[in-house]
Every structure is written in structure tokens, then in C-alpha cells.
Design a protein around this ligand. Structure first.
Ligand code: ATP
Ligand code: MG
Length: 400
């Protein structure tokens, strides 16, 4: 008796008509990528479900632990293989149910007897397995319709396969199925969460961060690197583009009145992002903006910022409350990184009274005295690009 297979039920993608086979292929590739550190897994993708097989039980335990992070999966179940004897099946049934919470739960067994040569009829099998489970776990009661726990037994040619536990998947769509977009990643709470929401909708991420040394230090940068690393743990690698932003920010401060520097700074970020987007085959920009959260996130501000681009700007958090964002940040493991107290380039230059209703014409008027094009191009050309997940550190590196 061993767990040697995991059965995967697709999420929303099973309804996606013609794209279905490419979605399924994408999910299979993402699973391969996610578990590339393990020994060889056999992945068999069928129309309605997928099976992962491995000879190593340890590897399958790893798969079970990490699979809930992979998007495009509705639920999955570990499958136990037993030899073709009723005694082996009874023993396996008791072991499988023993891993679950049985107190006060309803239960049923169902059997598929694909192997017609098997020496017992279906009712006998049901009876034998059912009674050994029920006599072991007194908290269970039988219920034929919608039981809490259903033990499924499939008797095939060479072995029997049994499964009961249904583990929730991450839902969403497989990453990459929705194309690629450029996430503006600050060191704050919101933007990593915005990135997570888009990953969940199948969008592959490219990351861009604006960095203003010496006003922001290396520890602020380290925070962003750690956030990027977290975002790369959802089954797809990401590139982070770090943009030297100091000169542009200083130029903005020279040219525009204090109370609209925030708007203008954001417009410069968008213009730089647009250039990086062209070079990386992204089709949209993503931000962590949430309506009304700060001065730069009023409708008037968004209008003035957005005017520099025709690229779609996706703002998955626009209607989300801060508390919901914090909840998600905790769930995805970015919260503790985001709250580390290091200044972001924007907090440093934040004026005392930023305009909550900046006028586009006014911003354009002041920016119009200089051409920012060269500084923008220079920032793009001098960016640093880092790939995540970062290469694993050699265990002995410290000793060398
Ligand atoms: P966050 O928590 O994501 O920093 P915030 O509520 O602090 O958001 P702002 O600082 O006004 O809001 O930033 C709004 C959005 O602009 C961010 O969510 C992010 O997408 C982008 N942004 C801000 N600062 C930077 C930066 N230094 N580099 C890249 N993107 C940034
Ligand atoms: Mg911020």
C-alpha cells in the first residue's frame, strides 16, 4: 500500500472551450517547473483531470505540500494503490480515513469495478470495506447522498486505487495562460498583493521597481528583492527591473510645484514602465492602487497619471479595503517583508500637502518646460535586471 499518485481536478479552465488543451498544457508545464527540484514525476494530462505519479513517496509528499500554491487547480487528492485483495483494500481504507477528521462526519464508499475478473461483486466489496471503516471509526455515520467523506475505490487490471481526501487547490488559471504584464512593485503592502491577484488570473509577471539612491538605501532594495522572490514562488519565474530613478525625481522637483510632484513623479514612472513594457512583450501595467487610499489615488490623480499612456493599466485592488489587502498579504507571505521599516523613493519625496485633485493641464504645463525623454531613456538603459527565484546558494559557499 502506498500513495503513488495524485489526482488533480482542473479549476475554471475545464470550461474554457477551445483554449482548453493549451490551458491544460500550461498547467502541466507549470507543475513541472514548480517541482523541478524533485526527482522525475510522470504527469499524465487528460481532458478532465491530471495525474501525477512518482516512485518516491517523499517526492509526492512534497507535491502535496506545495501544490496548493499552483493556480488552475480546483482540488486534488492523494491516491493510494493497493494489491488486488480485499484484505489489502480494507487495510488501506482504514489508513486513509485515519488521516481525516471523522468525528460526527457522514461517510460512504463507492466502487468502480473496471476489472471484471476481480473475484467479488460490487455490493460485497462495498460491504467489506464500509464495515471495516465504520467499525474502526465510531464517529462516522453512513449517508448515501452528499456525505462529508466519500471513499472512492477503483479496481483496475493490476491494482486497486483508493482516495478520499479532497484538498483545496488555489483556483484561478494557470500562470501564462493570460499573457504577461508589468507589475510596478514598491516595497509597500499593496503592490505585491496586486501582483498575486493577477498571477491568479493566469498573468505572468515582469516586475519593475524605482530606486532612488542615496535617498533610499540597500536595505530598501533588499526588501523589494525579497518580495520579488515571494512572487516567484507561484510556479513561474520573474524578472525584476530596477530603475535608477534619482535624476528623474530630482528633475521633477526642480520643475513642478511641490504639491503636484507626486502626480508628476507617478507620470514619469508610467513613462519609464511603458518603455520597459515594449522591450519585454508585456501587454499591460499593474499597480497596487486602491481608490482613495492616499492623495495620489483619487480619481482625479489617476486621471492625471494615466494620461501619459495608452497602455491598459490594471489596478486589481482599486475597490479593496486595506484590511482585506493585509489579510491577503499575510496569506501569501509578503506582509512581514512589506512592513519592514525602510523608506521607498516616494515616501522620501512626499510633499507635506500633495494635491488630492491635481489638474492635468497644470501638471502638463510645468512638465512642458523640459523634455524628460532623455532622462527616461537613460533610466531605462541603466536598469539592473535580476531573475527570480534566485539561484540556490551553494550549501558550502560559506565554508569556501
Ligand atoms: P504600495 O503599498 O504598493 O506601495 P501605496 O498604497 O503605498 O502602495 P503608493 O506609494 O502611492 O501607494 O503607490 C501606488 C502604486 O504605485 C504602488 O502600488 C505601486 O504599484 C506603484 N509604486 C509606488 N512606488 C513605487 C516604486 N518605488 N517602484 C515601483 N512601483 C511603485
Ligand atoms: Mg507605497
Amino acid at each position: 500500500m502506498k500513495t503513488n499518485q495524485i489526482l488533480i481536478r482542473y479549476g475554471e479552465l475545464s470550461t474554457k472551450g477551445k483554449n482548453r488543451s493549451s490551458f491544460i498544457g500550461r498547467l502541466r508545464d507549470n507543475i513541472r517547473h514548480t517541482f523541478s527540484d524533485l526527482g522525475k514525476l510522470q504527469i499524465q494530462a487528460e481532458r478532465d483531470r491530471m495525474f501525477i505519479n512518482s516512485d518516491s513517496e517523499e517526492d509526492l509528499e512534497q507535491v502535496i505540500a506545495r501544490l496548493p500554491k499552483v493556480f488552475g487547480i480546483q482540488s486534488f487528492s492523494p491516491v493510494t494503490e493497493t494489491e488486488l485483495s480485499i484484505e489489502a483494500m480494507k487495510k488501506a481504507a482504514v489508513a486513509i480515513i485515519g488521516k481525516m477528521d471523522t468525528e460526527g462526519k457522514s461517510f460512504k464508499v463507492s466502487v468502480r469495478r473496471a476489472n471484471k475478473q476481480f473475484g467479488m461483486e460490487k455490493p460485497e466489496i462495498l460491504q467489506a470495506i464500509g464495515s471495516s471503516v465504520l467499525s474502526t471509526y465510531s464517529g462516522l455515520s453512513v449517508k448515501m447522498k452528499d456525505p462529508d467523506i466519500e471513499l472512492k475505490v477503483e479496481i483496475r487490471e493490476k491494482a486497486a486505487y483508493m482516495t478520499a481526501e479532497v484538498i483545496a487547490g488555489a483556483g484561478g488559471l494557470p500562470i501564462g495562460a493570460g499573457g504577461k504584464a508589468l507589475l510596478m512593485l514598491s516595497g509597500g503592502l499593496d503592490s505585491p498583493v496586486a501582483g498575486y491577484h493577477m498571477l491568479k488570473r493566469g498573468v505572468r509577471l515582469e516586475l519593475i521597481h524605482f530606486f532612488s539612491p542615496p535617498f533610499t538605501n540597500d536595505r530598501a532594495k533588499e526588501k523589494v528583492l525579497d518580495l520579488a522572490d515571494k512572487l516567484s514562488q507561484f510556479g513561474s519565474s520573474v524578472n525584476l527591473h530596477i530603475i535608477p530613478f534619482t535624476k528623474l525625481q530630482q528633475e521633477v522637483h526642480k520643475q513642478v510645484p511641490d504639491n503636484i510632484t507626486m502626480t508628476s513623479t507617478r507620470r514619469m514612472m508610467m513613462r519609464v514602465a511603458d518603455k520597459v513594457l515594449e522591450q519585454t512583450d508585456c501587454k499591460a501595467i499593474i499597480t497596487g492602487e486602491s481608490l482613495g487610499q492616499v492623495a495620489s489615488q483619487t480619481l482625479e490623480s489617476l486621471y492625471a497619471i494615466n494620461a501619459v499612456t495608452t497602455t491598459p493599466v490594471l489596478r486589481p485592488l482599486i475597490s479593496t479595503d486595506k484590511l482585506e489587502i493585509i489579510d491577503t498579504a499575510m496569506k501569501i507571505g509578503t506582509h512581514d517583508i512589506s512592513i519592514r521599516p525602510f523608506e521607498d523613493c516616494c515616501t522620501i519625496f512626499t510633499p507635506a500637502n500633495p494635491k488630492t485633485k491635481p489638474k492635468l493641464e497644470k501638471v502638463e504645463y510645468y512638465e512642458g518646460f523640459v523634455s524628460f525623454d532623455e532622462l527616461i531613456q537613460e533610466a531605462v538603459d541603466h536598469r539592473e535586471i535580476i531573475k527570480f527565484p534566485r539561484a540556490k546558494k551553494n550549501e558550502f559557499e560559506d565554508l569556501l
